[in-house]
Design a protein around this ligand. Structure first.
Ligand code: SF4
Ligand code: SF4
Length: 56
């Protein structure tokens, strides 16, 4: 299991700054989560202004 960022993402970068393991990086048009690095802490979901990250 890992969190995923939906197309709602507005590329603000807030989640990347909060991720404790550095799993989030800027992708093409939205931010993306590296599933192998994500530890399912939920910090990104709690930080995102548009609710884009969610557990799969
Ligand atoms: Fe990073 Fe936690 Fe979000 Fe996974 S759930 S991407 S570890 S902030
Ligand atoms: Fe996208 Fe939300 Fe992360 Fe901002 S906090 S980059 S809107 S997923």
């Amino acid at each position: 299991m890992a969190y995923k960022i939906s197309d709602e993402c507005i590329s603000c970068g807030a989640c990347a700054a909060e991720c404790p393991v550095g799993a989030i990086s800027e992708g093409d048009g939205k931010y993306v989560i590296d599933a192998d690095t994500c530890i399912d802490c939920g910090a990104c979901a709690g930080t995102c202004p548009v609710g884009a990250p969610s557990a799969e």
